[in-house]
Design a protein around this ligand. Sequence first.
Ligand code: NAD
Length: 289
Amino acid sequence: MARIAFIGLGNMGGGMAANLAGAGHEVHAFDLSAEALARAAQAGCHPAASARAAADGAEAVVTMLPAGRHVETVQAEILGALVPGALLIDCSTIDVATARSVAEAAVARGFMAVDAPVSGGIAAAAAGTLTFMVGGAPDAFERARPYLAAMGKAVIHAGGSGAGQAAKICNNMVLGATMIATCEAFRLAEKLGLEAQAFFDIASVSSGQSWSLTSYCPVPGVGPTTPADHDYQGGFAAALMLKDLRLAREAAAQVGADTPMGARAAERYEAFVAAHPDPIDFSAIIKSL
Ligand code: NAD
């Protein structure tokens, strides 16, 4: 079992660090929030006084932070404390360019690095059932795999550095666009006098089927139990969907890709999040139609 540093013990990182500790690793954890740190200590992690202290002597570091700038700050602080050849695993959702630059900086100093963003929310982080999409060299991926397997149900090598983040934002761009399209279809069906249940029964076995429809139906009382059945509480926050759509838009601009549906989805979520400042599930965008 390894000595691991875990930095960023928020909604996602808290459960993930607990699962690494539960798998028998010695997890030295740090977060700027004292409450998050106390919860991690209760879950079997060793609380550290700083990111650098957590990283002192660690063979592997997992980061689960809000954005690219946080990952850059933490990495700059910890590199000097790690054992030679240590592995850096960044599970945060960040922009592809920063993912590549932090990995390059780590590799240049003799470390290994992967970007390993996740699919699955807070419940999956706590249950250890996340999906990891991993970008990095094959040997770095193989070294990261057992740590990630302790926190998830699937660990997939997406390609070289940054490919994990690319997979994440492309996936979530599809999700944002299909959720809006699904919501539109339910609203149009209603206006045409078609029952929501009838539309669900037909579309879920027809070519309009998608995860947004059959696994995450935005209409209460139809399909499996989803946040729609709990007044759109819990689930995947609309603000996080907006974050991912913005990352997709930024990446598309950088490489000159034409993503009109992704851009429109970002605009719709932009307006929706501005109108709903309190946390609300992303499927609640049906309210805006
Ligand atoms: P969060 O805000 O709950 O947690 C982030 C944590 O990082 C906070 O506890 C904060 O105090 C800590 N932090 C920030 N800067 C720090 C620093 N310099 N040193 C130490 N700690 C620092 O966010 P979250 O919901 O856990 O999301 C984390 C990442 O996972 C994000 O990139 C997010 O986009 C991604 N993600 C979230 C979900 C979700 O459903 N919440 C799903 C998939 C991916």
